[in-house]
Ligand binder design. Structure first.
Ligand SMILES: Cc1ncc(COP(=O)(O)O)c(C=O)c1O
Length: 400
């Protein structure tokens, strides 16, 4: 851990201005390469025989490059992860009463996708160390109406896919067979699992290229990955009104300008993740031994993408004291810290009403202790050090 001299030195430059947000508004970095790629794509579109032409080059090239990166058979580009999650749930053709188990400590998109597709959300509880959907809790919540398991790769780390796939395999639905595992990797692009990349396991995985994410296609965008030919055909058709598979659909296509930029961002993704990882490791060393802060956990078979640097405060500091720590970091040092995420039923009334009577005690308790501290691939070593020093200083003050 940093000593007092190092802390004083790191804090000598004062408050960050502009502040470092918990989730900076640009999650990756952009350079002239992205600008050149966008301009070239626009120039090509100026030819009236080409235009911005839907599904035109380089959208297929971007899809192929993303599939290669993940190591799966297909990738289907979409306009945003939210509609991708909707497409995934609609693929299941849920009937009233059909259940999908989704972690409660989550962003709103995945549970809303279940709800929107006519299914019943069943809240799964989480592992208190990794914040991922807990396979044992999923097992306990299975019923003959369970149709799918829907983990989110929370905050940059992989969900325990093999364990979840096994639960789905061992507990088939009476009519539809083994339960598919469909995952939300919006925050985990570039992360790893068992010597591969997130997005390779399960029936399908949905990624986001929103502006705050690990890579971005001009602020919006997403990708669905799968090894299943039928899923690929369905997603490809439904993102363009569904005529090809005789299903409901709407327009969820990506533009070729986004795809051109996506190819450049993808070529840098490993560097972005390496930078995040290196900063996180440095930060671990600077904070190690601070009793009130439990540092992020990275299970051996995963590679964390550190979309968020997710800590916990000790049990005694849950709730109000954690919130004071967040406020102090922001007010005194210009460092954003967030809570990602409390159970969604706390923040979304529509989902609370839809799941009346369901509780997830671990996610509720962890939600009072989460502390996500700003991290970004472009952060300098000195900035990272200042952030660690500020956290130690705030914790020391709050001790008394
Ligand atoms: C876990 C999670 N899922 C889904 C989404 C939705 O992504 P998009 O903005 O690309 O629709 C987000 C975005 O913040 C997210 O964090």
């Amino acid at each position: 851990m940093l000593n007092q001299t190092e802390i004083a030195d790191a804090l000598s430059r004062g408050k960050f201005d502009p502040p470092w947000r918990c989730e900076p508004l640009l999650g990756s970095t952009y350079g002239e390469e992205e600008v050149d790629a966008a301009v070239a794509a626009i120039r090509e579109a100026m030819d009236v025989s080409k235009g911005f032409g839907f599904s035109a080059s380089p959208i297929p090239e971007f899809e192929q490059a993303f599939a290669d990166h993940v190591g799966c058979k297909h990738a289907v580009a979409i306009n945003s992860a939210g509609p991708g999650l909707d497409i995934a749930m609609r693929y299941l053709n849920l009937q009233p009463g059909d259940e999908v188990i989704v972690p409660s400590a989550n962003y709103q998109a995945a549970p809303l996708a279940v709800f929107g597709a006519g299914g019943q959300v069943v809240w799964g509880d989480i592992d208190p160390r990794t914040f991922q959907l807990d396979p044992a809790d999923v097992q306990a919540k299975l019923t003959p109406r369970t149709r799918a398991i829907f983990p989110v790769h929370m905050n940059g780390l992989s969900a325990p896919m093999d364990e979840l796939i096994k639960v789905g395999h061992d507990n088939p639905h009476p009519q539809h067979g083994r339960l598919p595992v469909i995952s939300d990797a919006a925050r985990s692009c570039g992360g790893g699992y068992k010597n591969g990349k997130i997005g390779k396991k399960g029936l399908m995985t949905v990624f986001s290229f929103h502006t705050m994410k690990n890579m971005t296609t001009l602020g919006e965008g997403g990708m669905i990955t799968t090894d299943d030919d039928d899923v690929e055909r369905y997603c490809r058709s439904v993102r363009m009104y569904g005529g090809g598979v005789g299903a409901w659909g709407t327009s969820n296509v990506m533009t070729k300008v986004q795809a051109a930029v996506g190819l450049v961002q993808l070529s840098k993704l490993d560097q972005f993740i390496d930078a995040r990882h290196r900063l996180a490791e440095e930060r671990h060393k600077m904070l190690e031994g601070l009793p009130e802060i439990i540092l992020p956990h990275e299970p051996e078979d995963t590679r964390h993408s550190f979309y968020l640097y997710t800590c916990l405060v000790c049990e005694e500091w849950a709730g109000e004291k954690r919130d004071r720590l967040i406020a102090m970091m922001d007010e005194e040092f210009g460092i954003g810290c967030g809570v990602a995420n409390r159970p969604v039923y706390v923040s979304r009334k529509i989902l609370a009403e839809h799941t009346t009577g369901q509780r997830t005690p671990v996610a509720e308790a962890i939600g009072e202790r989460l502390l996500c501290v700003s991290l970004h691939p472009a952060m300098t070593d000195h900035e990272n050090r200042t952030i660690a020093a500020a956290l130690i200083r705030c914790v020391e003050r709050l001790r008394h």
